[in-house]
Design a protein around this ligand. Structure first.
Ligand SMILES: CC(C)(COP(=O)(O)OP(=O)(O)OC[C@H]1O[C@@H](n2cnc3c(N)ncnc32)[C@H](O)[C@@H]1OP(=O)(O)O)[C@@H](O)C(=O)NCCC(=O)NCCS
Length: 151
């Protein structure tokens, strides 16, 4: 299936897929975020989409160069897979792998020698996918938050 760089014509489909991956994000926030992604230059970030024979996107991958320290990595900048999603009925057909390969090629062109990613502890499907794509697990992290201004 064709993989190409996302463009403004993809926004509606892309937001629909993002809403399934990150349901806690509002449509307005998704809209603002995709516009920010599209405004980014390829030296900073990239979004690839998988295009089906019919209308509609089958999946997407968002990646960016991170210049701050990335857990488990040794170089900087590190290419980071910020989000990847494939429509559920199309999973297991190689689309996720094709998206990661496109991200890898983009990262190598930018001189990166490491590609990093993360996944929720409970997302075992994603862990298995990452392992199949050649990622090695580096760290398990728990995020904390404390509200300030409260006793
Ligand atoms: C993770 C996800 C992107 C994988 O996409 P996909 O198109 O199904 O992956 P592919 O078909 O290209 O599979 C690539 C490899 O990963 C393996 N893989 C994918 N999903 C797997 C699973 N659930 N369990 C075990 N292996 C899996 C495949 O077997 C394949 O390995 P192979 O090359 O050795 O045959 C997709 O399942 C998805 O969108 N999940 C929901 C969103 C999500 O969790 N995103 C990641 C957030 S960190």
């Amino acid at each position: 299936m064709p993989i190409r760089v996302a463009s403004s014509t993809d926004i509606p489909d892309w937001i629909a897929l993002r809403a399934r991956l990150w349901p806690g994000t509002s449509r307005a926030e998704h809209r603002a975020e995709v516009e920010e992604w599209l405004a980014g230059t390829p030296d900073r970030c990239i979004v690839f989409v998988a295009v089906g024979a019919e209308r509609g996107l089958l999946g997407f991958a968002e990646a960016a160069l991170r210049h701050d320290h990335v857990n488990g990595c040794e170089t900087t900048p590190v290419a980071f897979l910020e989000g990847i999603f494939v429509r559920s009925e199309m999973r297991g057909t190689g689309i996720g792998a094709a998206l990661v390969r496109s991200v890898q090629a983009w990262a190598i062109e930018r001189g990166c020698t490491e590609l990093a990613s993360d996944a929720a502890l409970a997302n075992r499907d994603s862990h298995a996918f990452h392992a199949a794509m050649g990622f090695a697990e580096t760290e398990r992290v728990v995020f904390f938050r404390k509200r300030l201004g409260e006793t």
